[in-house]
Design a binder for this molecule. Structure first.
Ligand code: B12
Length: 248
């Protein structure tokens, strides 16, 4: 991030991607979030949004956090707010935690605020009747996967686009996902894995095979895209996932 943007956003310098931020002087684990936000470099307004949310999160100021998340979602729409405001702050707080072992409470509060805002910004009725007869898109986390924010963002973005979806949430057991596919007449399923522990893809091949065939799309750093069953596609971003899930 450039100096001006740093100044405005009150954020720390970037850590290289994937590397923890080194503790600084007597302020080891100082109260800023290392944000790696290319969009923020280009756009001072975006930097202010990212910085505002990061500062509110570190101050555990729930009202300011809610305001920051809500206004990003309303002003920019779900996909842009997720990619350019929420993801940089979430990744930043993850780095902060990795570097210090602290800030778990900030992760929890930020997750709670982001979840609530995503759920309320695009309620299920926003999707309307959608594609009659095609059934919904199912969204689920892999078994034992607790990181559900990305599928909440996807659910909100699909609702915003008028696409019917069913959000099954965190830690969905394989038999429950299979039953949901049959019961809901789903045509497409998206499964999120955040960490390698939940990224075993072998079970995906055993999902029900309705007619027309079920489309299976996965996303998240937990999967190895080279080791997916044939016919399963990998989405690397929210917008790639939206494209894959909305293709007729
Ligand atoms: C919020 C959070 C939590 C919350 C989750 C709440 C919730 N309801 O989701 C809570 C506090 C519960 C939690 C728990 C844990 N967490 Co956690 N968590 C996070 C945090 C900060 C954000 C997670 C997230 O939403 N990521 C999604 C986006 C923001 O990040 P990303 O996946 O890296 O994004 C990239 C791509 O995936 C893509 N992308 C972004 N968004 C989207 C959306 C879609 C649809 C697609 C397709 C792609 C895409 O673009 C990005 C750039 O390439 C991350 C930090 C991080 N970097 O992710 C840690 C992190 C994932 N957690 C971590 C850990 C260790 C844990 C725990 C094991 C901690 C513990 N000891 O209990 C547990 C795991 C429990 C479990 N079994 O699942 C580690 C994982 C390390 C690893 N690689 O294995 C991380 C990386 C933090 C860290 N640096 O240490 N966590």
């Amino acid at each position: 991030m450039g100096d001006a943007a740093d100044e405005e956003a009150g954020l720390g310098a970037d850590a290289p991607s994937g590397e923890p931020q080194a503790p600084r002087g007597h302020e080891a684990g100082a109260d800023d979030i290392p944000v790696d936000a290319p969009a923020a470099e280009r756009d001072a307004a975006r930097a202010a949004q990212v910085g505002g949310l990061a500062r509110a999160a570190l101050a555990m100021d729930e009202l300011a956090m809610t305001d920051a998340v809500r206004s990003a979602l309303r002003q920019d729409g779900v996909a842009a707010a997720w990619d350019q405001v929420l993801v940089p702050v979430l990744i930043g707080i993850g780095r902060k935690h990795a570097a210090t072992g602290s800030y778990v409470e900030v992760e929890h509060l930020l997750s709670a605020v982001v979840s609530r805002c995503l759920v309320t910004v695009s309620p299920p009725e926003a999707a309307g009747a959608g594609r009659q007869g095609r059934g919904p898109v199912l969204l689920a986390c892999a078994p034992d996967e607790q990181h559900s924010l990305p599928i909440l963002a996807l659910a909100a973005a699909l609702a915003e686009a008028g696409t019917p979806r069913l959000m099954l949430g965190a830690r969905v057991p394989v038999p429950a996902l299979a039953a949901a596919i049959r019961r809901a007449g789903a045509h497409t399923v998206f499964v999120w894995s955040q960490t390698a522990e939940t990224g075993d893809a072998s079970w995906l091949a055993g999902l029900p095979a309705p007619r027309p065939p079920l489309r299976v799309v996965v996303g998240g750093p937990g999967w190895d895209p080279e080791r997916l069953p044939p016919g399963t596609s990998f989405a690397a971003s929210l917008s790639e996932a939206l494209d894959a899930l909305q293709t007729p």
